[in-house]
Design a protein around this ligand. Structure first.
Ligand code: ADP
Length: 249
């Protein structure tokens, strides 16, 4: 029953860089339908964990199971096709293309041969209407025809989520979605993530603890590459080891 509840499970995940263990024997279970955060001080191993889970990095040892399937030996593109998708970075959007065109490019890459078929029928309308739906969902309906380069920082991050949603992720990994944002952008992006999480699972690395407390069902705290604590926000924030880690003690 536990395996069916958890969509993404890592067991004994370890990554050693030139003798230094950035991630050490990490066990992680991400519950289906949850919003789960990875937090921890700088250098704790959060990014390395993300890279291992999306197969951007090969683990030194350990196992990763996605939806009951051992994905340890699969490539990033293979896990993405199965629905485990990491958000695009701003640097992956095309600055001269409009918001809508950027989402269409992502839709085209995910539809693959089905898109080739549509194009052969000159039926571009379904792509545009799906792109518009996604733009609406992330609050960019009014910026549809704006080149990505001209969007505000907050809107660029929203576009990044729209292009990720175009790939129909079942588990979406977001790397610091509020990083570098001012107050005025944080609430809209938090709402957007909450809406995007309906019917799917979200795993995020996030530094802003107030975002974590309002958004996340479960939190895994990493320190020195290991799991220091796990639980809901009240549990981890009252954990003395976590308090000490965050005070730098
Ligand atoms: P976080 O995302 O929590 O800040 P990282 O996963 O980026 O932590 O890094 C964890 C540790 O691993 C850090 O000490 C970092 O210097 C080290 N590290 C990360 N990537 C590499 C690499 N490619 N080569 C060597 N050391 C690395």
């Amino acid at each position: 029953a536990q395996d069916a509840d958890n969509v993404l499970v890592a067991e004994g995940l370890t990554k050693v860089f030139a003798g230094f263990a950035a991630v050490k024997d990490v066990n992680l279970a991400v519950r289906r339908g949850s919003i789960h955060a990875l937090i921890g001080p700088n250098g704790a191993g959060k990014t390395t964990c993300f890279n291992l889970l999306t197969k951007t990095l090969a683990p030194t040892s350990g196992k990763i199971v996605f939806d009951g399937e051992d994905i340890s030996s699969l490539r990033t593109s293979q896990v993405a096709r199965r629905g485990l998708v990491r958000s695009f970075q701003i640097s992956a959007t095309f600055p001269n293309l409009t918001a809508r065109e950027n989402v269409r490019v992502a839709l085209q890459s995910s539809y693959g041969t089905a898109y080739q078929f549509w194009r052969s029928l000159r039926a571009v309308a379904p792509l545009n209407s799906r792109a518009d739906e996604l733009l609406e969902q992330v609050g960019l309906a009014n910026s549809r025809d704006t080149p990505a380069a001209e969007l505000s920082y907050g809107k660029k991050r929203a576009l990044e989520i729209a292009t990720t949603l175009a790939l129909e992720p079942r588990v979406m990994l977001l790397d610091e979605p509020t990083a570098g944002m001012g107050h005025e952008d944080i609430e809209p992006i938090t709402d957007l993530i909450r809406r995007a999480a309906v019917g799917r699972t979200v795993l995020l690395v996030e530094h802003n603890l107030s975002v974590v407390s309002t958004l996340c069902d479960k939190i895994t705290v990493l320190q020195h590459g290991q799991v220091l604590a796990e639980g809901n926000y009240a549990e981890v924030s009252n954990n003395p080891a976590v308090v000490t880690a965050y005070m730098g003690g």
